[in-house]
Design a protein around this ligand. Structure first.
Ligand code: G2I
Length: 469
């Protein structure tokens, strides 16, 4: 079995500050790397679609990712905002007191600038990835160390970043403050002090508080809400709240939209800052379809909330995600599979952003399809063989077809089928993606039916219509 796998457009509003991006040479390269029919028509990148709707669509990369050409091609073309995954954290930038190292983050900043991407700085004050010299300081010295860290790091990137996650993860699940070095030394006043210090060092960067498990209404998001309200009433420089959005499949909270709206009503922006949606492995057609729904829900929620400025996914593809290392047995949490092929959630994201993943034919492509149906009272299996009768080797193929009314795919082999009914695309897997001229490949699926056991119709391979035998 294969496991790999609107709103109406509206005018931009003043608060949606992201203009349409130029198509770069890197974008063209990435489009060429993606199998035709999955990448969508030219210009339908997540980035350009999001920007046309007045939001950004971003990702996170780490220093090591810069050596992966497949990853960087996708990152630089599909995403318009970049967050360094680790390189701006305290353990990297000030590993010993007063000695700063910005080289790793500078490499990521250069990559972003080379691809005309904006940057989110992450993160200045956090209990984790904090060198032991900070937590070992006498409490009376922590304030000065924190201010010095913020001042130096923010000054180094002055004018280069869209925003900073100034304070990350200040709360426990019950809404009490986390008893970290900063809270222990300064009480909750460390938050205002950190924001004021960052603002003094770069008055143009948007300043954020960022946390997880605050997407729905709960004690932790109540605590964040009360903190934001208090800071705003004191005139503390605070521009936004980041909702990390590390979701579990099917568990986007029903109060997500109302929760974001209560924050924007306080006069701050909101952003989805670390989106992923983890699946219990192995992923299936069903779980990947649910994930596609979850991603669409998140995007539609942001689009529906005035003051939601953008969405960042945490990592580019499934191979880059922190999930498998932290939640054993879970993974497949991003829009791209381990080979950077778009998953069903990519298509649903494009659709939610108002775009289309409809194929445009690969030049020199033609094809022939044979199919066999074996049906019983409520179900059927279908075996399909597609032959490349054209002159071009296909590196990644997508066979589109129309499934008869009443048939619903329940599982498949040797291809990923998306969606389960109607206009279906069967996408090649890692081991059968190359289809040379004259070569054939076979895949199949099982489906339920409501009486119509006809074979599928109207086949097209990478956008080119096929003959049937
Ligand atoms: O944990 C997921 C994210 C939760 N919100 C804040 C984010 O900053 C956080 O990112 C992750 C990174 O994606 C991981 O890459 O933060 C982790 C640490 O809390 C990062 O993992 C660490 C590993 O645990 C270390 O062993 C490793 O040395 O990455 C380090 C640098 O590669």
């Amino acid at each position: 079995m294969s496991v790999r796998t609107p709103r109406l457009p509206r005018p931009s509003r003043a608060r949606r500050a992201f203009g349409a991006a130029a198509v770069t040479a890197v974008a063209a390269l990435a489009a060429a790397l993606l199998p035709t029919g999955q990448a969508g028509a030219a210009g339908t990148t997540l980035r350009s679609l999001a920007e046309a709707r007045g939001i950004y669509f971003g990702t996170a990369i780490t220093q090591g990712d810069l050596g992966n050409p497949a990853l960087t091609a996708v990152a630089g073309s599909q995403f318009g905002m970049l967050t360094p995954g680790n390189e701006m954290k305290w353990d990297t930038t000030e590993p010993s007191q007063g000695s700063f190292n910005f080289a790793p983050a500078d490499r990521i900043v250069s990559f972003a600038q080379g691809n005309a991407m904006k940057l989110r700085g992450h993160t200045l004050v956090w209990h984790s990835q904090l060198p032991s010299w900070v937590s070992g300081l006498p409490p009376v010295q922590v304030k000065a160390a924190m201010e010095n860290h913020i001042t130096n790091e923010v000054a180094h990137y002055k004018g280069k970043l869209y925003s900073w996650d100034v304070v990350n993860e200040p709360f426990n699940e019950d809404g009490s403050f986390r008893a970290d070095a900063f809270y222990n030394a300064m009480g909750n006043g460390f938050v205002a002090d950190a924001l004021r210090t960052a603002h003094a060092a770069d008055p143009t960067a948007k300043l954020y508080l960022n946390d997880y498990n605050i997407e729905g209404q709960n004690p932790k998001s109540d605590a964040m809400y009360n903190l934001v309200k208090s800071l705003k009433s004191q005139g503390v420089p605070l521009d936004g709240v980041g909702f990390q959005a590390h979701f579990i499949l099917g568990q986007v909270p029903s109060t997500f939209k109302a929760n974001l709206q209560r924050f924007t009503a306080l006069g701050v922006n909101v952003a989805i800052t670390e989106l992923d949606d983890r699946i219990q492995l192995p992923a299936s057609t069903t779980s990947l379809t649910q994930q596609a729904n979850d991603y669409a829900t998140v995007i539609n929620t942001c689009l529906a909330v005035t003051g939601c400025v953008g969405i960042t996914q945490w990592g580019v593809g499934d191979a880059d995600s922190w999930i498998p290392g932290t939640f054993p047995g879970y993974g497949a949490a991003t829009l791209y599979d381990a080979d950077y092929r778009p998953k069903p959630a990519y298509a649903s994201s494009v659709t939610a952003l108002g775009g289309s993943t409809g194929p445009s034919p690969t030049p020199g492509t033609s094809c022939k399809v044979t199919s066999t149906v074996n049906a019983w009272n409520t179900g059927l299996t279908e075996d399909i063989t597609v032959t490349n009768t054209g002159s071009t080797t296909l590196n990644g193929w997508s066979l589109a077809f129309t499934l008869p009314v009443g048939q619903t795919v329940t599982n498949s082999w040797n291809a990923s089928l998306i969606p389960a009914t109607g206009q279906v695309a069967a996408q090649s897997t890692s081991y059968n993606s190359t289809l040379a001229p004259g070569a054939s490949t076979s895949f199949g699926f099982q489906a339920t039916h409501t009486g119509n056991t006809s074979p599928p119709a109207l086949f097209s391979l990478n956008g080119a219509p096929c003959t049937t035998a």
